[in-house]
Design a protein around this ligand. Structure first.
Ligand SMILES: Nc1nc2c(c(=O)[nH]1)N[C@H]1C(S)=C(S)[C@@H](COP(=O)(O)OP(=O)(O)OC[C@H]3O[C@@H](n4cnc5c(=O)[nH]c(N)nc54)[C@H](O)[C@@H]3O)O[C@H]1N2
Ligand SMILES: Nc1nc2c(c(=O)[nH]1)N[C@H]1C(S)=C(S)[C@@H](COP(=O)(O)OP(=O)(O)OC[C@H]3O[C@@H](n4cnc5c(=O)[nH]c(N)nc54)[C@H](O)[C@@H]3O)O[C@H]1N2
Ligand code: SF4
Ligand SMILES: [Mo]
Length: 663
């Protein structure tokens, strides 16, 4: 008889699904959604279901591997630990802990993954990445404006009159939003889509804008200008709950629709249409994606849209919101043991390769990579590979021999979420999920938290790792206990914390220095940024004649970043990389469907097949991120490692290129 066990998908995905695993005689048979979760319902995406293949995949790393002149050699855990301890002790003595880099990201969003960082903090504090590749510019922007990062509950769009999908493509990255959008449409909500690339949705947009990448701030400011000029803005909110409106109003006077049209490539009439829609349909819910802010001006763009949301009357009301991320709850911050570090050094994620190559006093002598594949996912891949190769000792913990693992000296096998106990929360919905181990670990794989706990014992740091896994789980949820999140309740299914937001900022009390929504931020000024969301240009500063096209490298429906590219159940749905190019742009270059083309940026070049797509802006081309090096189309050989204006964010989508037919 098959057993049904409760768990949760560990992927860093908007949807963060609650999962029912069917297990028979210790073997995982199938996975489906847990209908007790309001967003997941009974279905999972193709990747989620394909974990059955992933867990038992023949390429999984099942024991520690050491690189030798003749290839990978299987070694015991004891041997791996002793190699690591020996090297760490040598580095600590000769160069100090800052010579050790812990490169960690969100390949699994499990709460206990923070125990890896605890190990490095217990060593004395090492070198860590700061900012983020993902959404940090926008988070910083909303902290200036609202004083925090809160969003409405997903179901709240059912109260919206208009939904603006701004730089977000849920059909690819947030599939469980689609049924909610459909329902909102059935209730009469109108949809606006703003994206240089085509977006498939269950309801037809009343307006679609396809701006030049990175110019959305100009559109937001011009629409704000129109709402003020027409006197169609929310005066009560502006008077009672905002700071710096006079300065903002003075500034937007200069941002006319004609100017914004010139900057963004959107006709004046369409900019006016957006203003009309927002003036005549309330409340408006803005659903922002994160691709929108992966530009050099990404933070400033989000600030401009926040300001538009405030004028449109969207803040603190049901059916409204400038929804970027719902990061209102934290696990126990003690997990990562920040207080154990005497000092630490930070390199921004995007520029980390450059900083490694230039690091001195001390140089980076060892790197530990957990839940990440930087050789594929960091920008400017050639530089990343060079930087990694310059490091003496490299340890990667993963489930597969990824592009990063291939560069390592030592690879340690970790469990998937189905083989470990963990906790999940996310930045879209409000539910907290306990992910239980549903099968035994394959081979000798161990959870990261066990690996670092065992290493700590061997490094004489056992006193910082005295809890059992069950006790760590209890410890992780301590701050949420007052909201009714307990292990007892979690073991019965996903839990909605008591007091979870239905509507963000509903009290209209903001956590900014003035307690108001800030059009004008003195804090931004202090941080060396403009106080107002004035327009700043995006930037891949190159000769535009040589590189006339914009390259976007969005996330794929068929992977999570670089994960699942090797899983056949998903791969067959999307077997090979393609460069999407508009037929006019292709024709001007003599390119036909399926032709081999070379795409080149200032950083590098790739050769892949073209796919004609009349849905995108003619001056934009698109290649989905996450293809492995061996697929010949890892987008990051082309992208820029410039750091964004706020939050040390990334600028993947500021990338100018040229494309030509391969002779
Ligand atoms: N299937 C799937 N789901 C995922 C992921 C995945 O890889 N695959 N990744 C997960 C992770 S880590 C993340 S961060 C999220 C990412 O989720 P999203 O942020 O929604 O995804 P992106 O593809 O990065 O960007 C979204 C959209 O932004 C658009 N865009 C880019 N630049 C601009 C611009 O200047 N203006 C406008 N208006 N639009 C722009 C792109 O065309 C794209 O359609 O998804 C998560 N979920
Ligand atoms: N060109 C371009 N590049 C991008 C982006 C883009 O839009 N365009 N998006 C960026 C964004 S938003 C993000 S978030 C980053 C993501 O960058 P990464 O987090 O580096 O990307 P992933 O490919 O998800 O790699 C995660 C790795 O962790 C492994 N893993 C899974 N679970 C565990 C675990 O429990 N423990 C350990 N140790 N390993 C585990 C997986 O097998 C996988 O190899 O990529 C960024 N890169
Ligand atoms: S990848 Fe995302 S949508 Fe798919 S099962 Fe996991 S959380 Fe759900
Ligand atoms: Mo991300």
């Amino acid at each position: 008889m098959a057993d049904i066990r409760l768990t949760g998908c560990s992927q860093d995905c908007y949807d963060n699904c609650a999962v029912l695993a069917e297990v028979e005689n210790g073997k995982l048979c199938s996975l489906r959604g847990n209908p007790a979760h309001p967003q997941t319902g009974s279905w999972l995406c193709a990747k989620g279901k394909a974990y059955v293949e992933r867990v038992y995949h023949p390429d999984r790393i099942l024991w520690p591997l050491r690189k030798t002149a003749s290839g990978w050699e299987k070694i015991s855990w004891e041997k791996a630990y002793s190699l690591i301890c020996c090297k760490l002790e040598q580095i600590l003595e000769q160069n100090g802990p800052l010579a050790i880099l812990h490169y960690d990201d969100y390949g699994s969003s499990g709460a206990l993954k923070a125990l890896a960082r605890r190990f490095f903090n217990a060593l004395g504090g090492c070198t860590y990445p700061s900012g983020g590749l993902c959404l940090s510019a926008g988070l910083a922007a909303q902290r200036y404006d609202f004083g925090g990062n809160a969003a409405h509950d997903p179901e709240d769009i059912l109260n919206s009159s208009v939904i603006v999908l701004w730089g977000r493509d849920p059909e690819k990255t947030n599939q469980h939003l689609l049924p909610v959008l459909k329902k909102a449409g059935d209730r009469g909500a109108k949809l606006v889509v703003i994206n240089p690339l085509p977006v498939k949705t269950p309801l037809n947009p009343v307006l679609t804008l396809q701006p030049k990448p990175g110019t959305d701030g100009a559109i937001a400011l011009a629409v704000a200008n129109l709402l003020i000029t027409w006197n169609r803005y929310d005066e009560t909110f502006i008077k009672g709950h905002t700071y710096g409106f006079a300065e903002f109003q003075r500034m937007v006077n200069g941002y006319t629709p004609a100017w914004a049209s010139d900057v963004s490539g959107i006709p004046v009439g369409n900019i006016e249409s957006l203003a009309c829609i927002l003036a005549g349909n309330k409340p408006a819910s803005f659903l922002l994606g994160w691709g929108l802010q992966r530009h050099a001006n990404g933070g400033q763009t989000i600030r401009a849209i926040d300001a538009l949301g405030a004028l449109a009357g969207s803040i603190g009301v049901a059916g409204g919101g400038v929804n970027f991320a719902n990061s209102v709850r934290s696990w126990n911050p003690g997990l990562s043991g920040a207080e154990l570090a005497q000092h630490s050094r930070h390199f921004p994620y995007s520029a980390i390769a450059d900083r490694i190559l230039k690091a001195d006093n001390p140089p980076i002598k060892a790197v530990f990579v957990t839940r990440a594949n930087p050789a594929c996912q960091l920008p400017n891949t050639s530089k990343v590979v060079e930087a990694f190769n310059s490091i003496e000792f490299k340890v990667v913990i993963d489930q597969f021999l990824t592009d990063t693992a291939q560069l390592a000296d030592l690879v340690l096998p970790c469990t998937t979420y189905l083989e470990e106990d963990n906790l999940y929360k996310n930045s879209w919905h409000n539910m907290i999920i306990l992910g239980r181990k549903v099968i035994s670990p394959q081979g000798e794989a161990k959870p990261d938290e066990v690996i670092f706990s065992e290493l700590a014992q061997r490094m004489g740091l056992g006193q910082y790792f005295t809890r059992t896994i069950e006790e760590w789980l209890e410890y992780a949820i301590e701050p949420l206990k007052t909201q009714g999140v307990t292990m007892e309740r979690l073991s019965e299914g996903p839990v909605r914390p008591v007091g979870a937001n239905q509507v963000a900022w509903s009290t209209r009390e903001f956590n900014t220095p003035t307690g108001k929504f800030e059009f004008y931020s003195k804090q931004a000024l202090k941080d060396g940024l403009p106080a107002l969301p004035e327009y700043m240009e995006p930037g891949d500063k190159v000769d535009e004649e040589q590189y006339p096209l914009y390259l976007l490298t969005p996330h794929s429906k068929y992977r999570i970043n670089s994960q699942f590219a090797n899983i056949m159940a998903v791969r067959t749905l999307n077997p090979e990389p393609r460069l999407d190019i508009h037929p006019y742009t292709a024709m001007a270059r003599g390119i036909a469907e399926g032709d081999w083309v070379e795409i080149r940026s200032l950083r590098g070049a790739l050769t892949l097949k073209a796919r004609l797509n009349s849905g995108l802006r003619p001056d934009a081309v698109s290649l989905e991120e996450g293809w492995w090096h061996a697929d010949g189309a890892c987008a990051n050989f082309l992208t820029s490692d410039t750091v964004a204006d706020m939050g040390q964010g990334s600028t993947f989508y500021d990338c100018r290129v040229e494309v030509r037919k391969k002779p």
